[in-house]
Design a protein around this ligand. Structure first.
Ligand SMILES: [Fe+2]
Ligand SMILES: [Fe+2]
Length: 243
């Protein structure tokens, strides 16, 4: 599951989280569903946007809440995780081990699978639409900037795959925070990399609200399973990825 967007100590910054019913008491619903569906022998991957906190001290309680959920918790970065500087991942791991694992430029394992991943990135506009709501153009400067971020994230993802491969792993589940494609694309560097290494599944989040749930690939596509796992999409029920 992704996108818990916890805010025990920090300001809520999303209007939909304030007003949309699906977010009401979501912390309690996550706890309840996790207690029902996850045991301490399970591995629970949380794919980013953990907290609204602007720094680590504003996230203490949010991360403690995650620590208290059942299972072995593996966290990847989301776009809102200001507390997590990618270059300081080692410090986070030191601070929270063995209760949480922060995955960045590395991989985790589950049985004979390598769990690989990175935050990812997709171009999100601005798009220009006509009176019928069709996309007729987009901000090209923003698109150029997005390309740079995508290529940096692809490098990080490749590193994750290569480390796993060097350790002898041949079965992969790939985790992203952003969807694997933007709304204009059918495939991307991320779907290509999933195919190159033979990842069986691509798990992503970030899409909130009915109108965003179909922004990218869902279900079987070119031999892989794509799953959206943002918490509000799942109605806060973690989804089983591997038996
Ligand atoms: Fe989010
Ligand atoms: Fe996000």
């Amino acid at each position: 599951m992704g996108d818990l967007h916890l805010h025990f100590q920090s300001m809520l910054k999303s209007p939909e989280q304030l007003h949309d019913r699906v977010w009401k008491n979501h912390e309690e619903r996550v706890q309840k569903n996790c207690a029902k569906l996850i045991t301490d022998e399970d591995t629970f991957v949380l794919v980013g946007d953990h907290s609204w906190g602007r720094n680590l001290s504003e996230c203490d309680q949010d991360l403690e809440y995650i620590c208290a959920l059942p299972g072995r918790k593996i966290l990847t970065r989301g776009n809102h995780d200001m507390f997590w500087d990618a270059k300081k991942t080692a410090q986070l791991n030191e601070r929270y081990q063995p209760r949480l694992t922060f995955l960045q430029d590395s991989f985790a394992t589950y049985q004979d699978y390598a769990l690989v991943g990175t935050k990812g990135f997709t171009f999100e506009g601005p798009f220009y639409i006509d009176s019928r709501g069709r996309i007729v153009g987009w901000d090209e400067e923003a698109e150029e900037h997005a390309k740079k971020l995508v290529s940096r994230e692809l490098e990080r993802l490749r590193k994750s795959f290569e480390l796993a491969k060097a350790d002898g792993y041949r079965k992969y589940v790939m985790f992203l925070h952003y969807p694997p494609t933007n709304i204009l694309e059918e495939r991307s560097g991320f779907t290509d990399m999933a195919e190159e290494y033979g990842a069986e599944q691509v798990i992503y989040a970030h899409c909130h609200g009915e109108c965003r749930f179909h922004d990218s690939i869902l279900g079987e596509y070119r031999g892989r399973m794509y799953r959206l796992v943002s918490g509000d999409y799942l109605k806060w029920k973690p989804v089983r990825v591997l038996e």
